[in-house]
Design a binder for this molecule. Structure first.
Ligand SMILES: [Zn+2]
Length: 390
């Protein structure tokens, strides 16, 4: 690991390198920016650098990635690093060996560990326990206790607070107290994709660094570096599907690795096109409804997003060919015949409305809405926009 573990964000990294190099790192930062932009990977690199045995803080290499300290950060076991995210209250109940209720704690612990494992596999993943009420007061109390102790091995304590907008009010007030009188040896790195929902008094105590989505060229370079074996078509799919979201791109690559070389993306794309065809054919509408159920019950989250994303890319192609009939620059060159058939059947304004409905469905699924309801709503909306004209 090193600065190379961060994709894009050249300007933001330059600012941080300068602060590290001149010893002027602020005691608290708020990394603000969209989900999947990789801002947390920057926080972890700073944590590694501040504790690395051979750091090149201001230079290209950053943390060494091989010393004991760097490896402990990788495994989420470093005594100086605290990583907070929304957890269930059950996880924090003190274990009393005389009680039998430890089962609840053990189960919560298991769910917590599963999230940490996923985070280790996918550094762009943002963990949060499902039954969580946010970042809880007990978690910040624990930080207060850790902050009062000196860091180990001459490093710095780094407290990374993921989804800082989810600090519950009491936790936020406790954190504010810490930020008002920050111990010399602690660096606070708050991370949020909804910075406007972070308590203003907390925001004012932090230096804000704003991130944006990574650029397509940076995403492409990263995909090529991470999975050099994939071919051009699939790479283009992954880049278009993930739309600047590193988390999605990493999920797609993971999905691909698990399913061997089967072009999952192509299979899902074909299913999506079939769904669209069934949708506009009155005698086959029930098949489109069947697809809704299949997507919600049998598809993993990345597959659901791929399914929807592939329709967006398809409509993009239809719009392109509609504007320039022989345009070769399309996302789905292998099914250009279907693309051209859609061009003849649907005016551009219908495609635009259909695309907005799909975008909205993607956003709802990302916000953990019920997939069956989202798909049912989308199907009825697409039918309204497209059906009867095919
Ligand atoms: Zn190191």
């Amino acid at each position: 690991m090193s600065w190379n573990s961060v994709v894009g964000h050249e300007h933001q990294i330059r600012v941080l390198k300068k602060a590290l190099g001149t010893g002027r790192l602020a005691h608290a930062y708020l990394f603000a920016g969209p989900e999947g932009s990789g801002k947390e990977t920057v926080a972890f690199e700073i944590a590694r650098i501040l504790n690395c045995s051979h750091p090149d803080a201001a230079g290209e290499s950053g943390s060494c990635g091989v010393c004991e300290s760097c490896r402990q950060v990788e495994r989420f076991l470093h005594p100086n690093i605290e990583y907070l995210f929304p957890v269930e209250a059950a996880l924090l109940e003190s274990s009393d060996p005389s009680k039998k209720e430890n089962k609840k704690l053990a189960e919560a612990r298991e769910r917590y560990e599963a999230l940490i494992e996923e985070k280790q596999r996918n550094p762009f993943f943002t963990p949060a326990m499902e039954r969580s009420m946010g970042i809880l007061t007990e978690q910040v109390v624990m930080l207060q206790q850790k902050a009062s102790l000196a860091p180990r091995d001459g490093g710095k304590k780094v407290f990374i607070i993921s989804q800082a907008e989810r600090l519950n009010p009491a936790a936020a007030n406790k954190l504010l107290k810490l930020l008002e009188e920050p111990p010399e040896h602690v660096v606070f790195l708050l991370v949020s994709s909804k910075p406007e929902s972070v308590l203003p008094t907390i925001r004012s105590r932090c230096q804000t660094i704003t991130f944006s989505h990574v650029k397509p060229a940076e995403l492409e370079a990263w995909v090529t570096r991470t999975a050099p074996e994939i071919d051009e078509t699939e790479r283009r799919f992954i880049i278009s599907f993930s739309r600047g979201n590193l988390r999605h791109a990493a999920e797609l690559l993971e999905e691909r690795a698990q399913n061997g070389s089967t072009p999952v993306l192509v299979r899902l794309r074909n299913q999506a096109i079939d769904y669209l065809r069934n949708l506009v054919t009155p005698s086959r509408f029930h098949e489109a409804i069947g697809t809704c159920e299949e997507v919600s019950k049998n598809f993993s989250r990345p597959e659901q997003l791929m399914f929807l994303g592939s329709m967006l890319l398809f409509f993009q192609d239809v719009a392109r060919r509609g504007a320039a009939p022989s345009c070769p620059e399309i996302n789905n060159p292998d099914i250009s015949v279907s693309v051209d058939r859609f061009v003849k059947a649907f005016p551009a304004r219908d495609l635009l409305r259909a695309s907005s409905a799909i975008e909205e469905a993607i956003r709802s699924i990302e916000r953990n809405a019920s997939v069956l309801l989202v798909m049912a709503g989308l199907t009825s909306e697409l039918k309204k926009v497209l059906a009867g004209k095919g």
